[in-house]
Design a protein around this ligand. Structure first.
Ligand code: AR6
Length: 171
């Protein structure tokens, strides 16, 4: 296991140059809005074609929440996209373990691929409504605790507020 450096960037994850970009997908694997839409738009049709093939072969019922699976990165400046499904935030049920699982399982897939640099968005903090400060805490704690060969985890935050919240957690 190597030391994993956490870096923070404010910007659009589809512009990052890394071995693997993580997608905050949904279990259909067929695209959506937010980061998912941006990745498919900029990455081109090869990603969706592989997602469809994964559905046909392994995930007929969808990719379960908290799990992760890789495809090609199409035209993105990366070798792979790792698709993971975050939990929808619930005020009445603690789903933190599922959110942590997204980071752990994505890093496990990265290790299987041999990826050393991995960019993550703030999973579940958009359409799935997870409060940014709590999501940032879970993200940073989980990555710090992970046993992985990934040397750099880059959190790519959309907007200054998200960046500041992650900076406070990663401090
Ligand atoms: N680069 C980096 N971060 C981004 C970008 C981008 N290009 N675009 C948005 N974000 P979301 P979720 C931020 O909604 O909450 C999709 O429809 C955004 O500001 O993309 O996990 C899927 O198909 C927010 O902080 O993902 C699912 O149905 C964070 O990325 C559902 O949304 C995550 O927002 C998943 O919801």
């Amino acid at each position: 296991m190597t030391e994993t450096t956490i870096t923070l960037v404010q910007g659009d994850i589809t512009r990052e140059s890394v071995d693997a970009i993580v997608n905050a997908a949904n279990s259909s694997l067929l695209g959506g809005g937010g980061v998912d839409g941006a990745i498919h738009r900029r990455g081109g049709p090869a990603i969706l074609a592989e997602c469809r093939a994964l559905r046909a072969s392994r995930y007929g019922k969808g990719l379960p929440t908290g799990q992760a699976v890789a495809t090609t990165a199409g035209e993105l400046d990366a070798r792979w996209v790792i698709h993971t499904v975050g939990p929808v935030f619930s005020a009445s049920e603690d789903r933190s373990d599922l959110l942590a699982s997204c980071y752990r399982e994505s890093l496990k897939v990265a290790d299987e691929l041999g990826a050393r640099t991995v960019a993550f968005p703030a999973i579940s903090t958009g359409v799935y409504r997870w409060p940014m400060d709590d999501a940032a805490r879970i993200a940073v704690e989980t990555v710090r605790a992970a046993r992985t060969s990934v040397t750099e985890v880059r959190f790519v935050l959309f907007g200054e507020q998200a960046y500041e919240v992650f900076a406070a957690q990663a401090g």
